[in-house]
Design a protein around this ligand. Structure first.
Ligand code: AMP
Ligand code: ZN
Length: 486
């Protein structure tokens, strides 16, 4: 960290306080975020952690250097929800083939959605199915250390074997007992014990293991992938200080719903497999997204995928530029619930329009210091954006450059917004030459005082979403600028 760079503070779910961020190894800041289970298109709620942790990734790169941050976001491509979807969508295919179709299609769609929403690709995006051997090693360790046992064709984690199980969620084992259905879980030593490995029927996806041909539980996937990519693969690049905290990394993130049981169980597995005190130092969770004041759900008819928002006319009857969606997410602090509404999108779009007008002629800049301070304060994107507006109010070139540099750090690019709007209004193949030719024809009509014809051409372009502005150039010649308008 160089002087003049901000001290980052982050709210830690584990300690329930905002803490100064001190990476284990400033040369290699390490973050893991739980990625999607690839059985269905990502919805706009799923976009929130992707965008929030992308902003954190960008801030960390700004402070510690782009080559000194490792960000892992996994793809969960083995899960019983995937199997069910494959059976439903491809009943005539062998199950494993059907599963591959579902996961490949959904993963490609997710990656495309994430990119369109302006997110940098994480350093690593491992798939669960490529890390089965690593999961088996962890499970073997857990059995050997007395933290896991086999029962009824499953390998289960024994929560009672971990005296401080439940720290992240603040639940204790008695709470869990109260809600458990004992009869269903008769093979478990404790009803809160959870599956590490379960046997597969011959047609289900499965891998050979010391505990029979089977498949992993969901939680063990993240323990294995975070360890591999944030420890094993980069061990020789880590400082001696990092080696004093084996298998631990800096930040683990995801949505609020993952605190229990998923993250609680990841911690239990990773710590008990190695007998360590921490899996990750800081645990961060984004708040939930609602739509027009209600929990998003298919049955309420207010469930929207990212691609419906960008490519369909389902939300508010129109397509939205991806930059508008991204900015809308950042106008609310990441820990607060977001109420995702048409009026919020309209508000964000108006901001992008305003920024474009204010930044005319500015093409680059460095982020403003005060802006960085706000962002470093537990990602206060709302205050940071207010700072951008204050800079633009000064109407001064240096402040304007700082404003643009700040927006770009958020992955918000007003010019990119204009391109996206243009594409929505005109379709992907905007024929700019044809527009120019038409405008030349109109100028000729104006110069010939054929105003009826000039107006007709103007109206025709307006119908295509193109607005014209006439002006005189330095020689006093009539000229026309054009832009895409809705
Ligand atoms: P899933 O594919 O359901 O495991 O979710 C992937 C990520 O999206 C997780 O980090 C979830 O916490 C997050 N997520 C799911 N629904 C929402 C929502 N409505 N608002 C915010 N985040 C969500
Ligand atoms: Zn996870």
């Amino acid at each position: 960290m160089t002087s003049g760079t901000p001290q980052i503070t982050l709210y830690n779910t584990l300690t329930r306080t905002k803490e100064p961020f001190r990476p284990i190894d400033a040369n290699n800041v390490r973050m893991y975020v739980c990625g999607p289970t690839v059985y269905d298109f990502a919805h706009i709620g799923n976009a929130r952690p992707v965008i929030v942790f992308d902003v954190l990734f960008r801030l960390l790169r700004q402070v510690y250097g782009a080559d000194h941050v490792t960000y892992v976001r996994n793809i969960t491509d083995v899960d019983d929800k995937i199997n069910a979807r494959a059976l439903r969508d491809y009943p005539d295919l062998p199950l494993n083939e059907a599963i591959r179709k579902v996961t490949e299609k959904t993963e490609a769609q997710f990656l495309s959605d994430a990119e369109r929403l302006g997110n940098l690709p994480p350093t690593w995006q491992p798939r669960a199915t490529d890390n089965i051997a690593e999961m088996q090693v962890l499970i073997g360790n857990l059995i050997q250390r007395g933290h896991a046992y086999e029962a009824n064709g499953e390998v289960l984690f024994s929560v009672q074997s971990m005296p401080d199980y439940g720290q992240l969620s603040g639940r204790n084992l008695e709470d869990n007992l109260a809600g458990a259905r004992i009869a269903v879980d008769a093979h478990k030593r404790n009803p809160a014990d959870f599956v590490l490995w379960k046997q597969s029927s011959p047609e289900e996806p499965g891998w050979d293991s010391p505990w029979g041909r089977g498949r992993p539980g969901w939680h063990i996937e993240c323990s294995a992938m975070s360890e591999r990519y944030l420890w094993d693969e980069i061990q020789d690049k880590l400082s001696p200080e990092a080696h004093r905290h084996p298998h631990a990394f800096d930040i683990h993130g995801g949505g609020l719903d993952l605190i229990f049981p998923h993250h609680e169980n990841e911690i239990a597995q990773s710590r008990c497999a190695h007998g360590t005190h921490a899996m990750a130092n800081i645990w961060m969770h984004n708040g939930f997204l609602q739509v027009e004041g209600q929990k998003m759900s298919k049955s309420l008819g207010n469930f929207y995928t990212i691609s419906q928002l960008l490519d369909g006319e389902d939300f508010g009857g129109r397509k939205w530029p991806a930059q508008v969606v991204r900015l809308t997410m950042l106008l609310t602090h990441y820990r607060q619930p977001i109420d995702f509404t048409v009026s919020q999108l309209v508000y964000a779009q108006a901001k992008l329009e305003g920024w474009n007008a204010a930044l005319d002629g500015i093409s680059s800049g460095e982020p403003d210091e005060k802006f960085l301070d706000y962002l470093a304060d537990d990602l206060n994107t709302h205050a940071a954006i207010t700072r951008v507006d204050a800079l633009l109010d000064r109407d001064d070139p240096a402040a304007n450059r700082a404003a643009l540099g700040s927006l770009l750090l958020l992955g918000v690019d007003p010019k990119l917004y204009l391109d996206q709007l243009r594409e929505i209004v005109l379709g992907p193949a905007l024929d700019e030459r044809a527009v120019e030719v038409t405008i030349t024809a109109r100028l000729a009509a104006l110069n010939a005082k054929d105003f009826a014809k000039a107006d007709a051409i103007r109206n025709e372009l307006a119908e295509q979403g193109i607005a014209l502005m006439d002006y005189k150039d330095e020689n006093g010649e009539r000229q026309t600028k054009w832009e895409v308008k809705r």
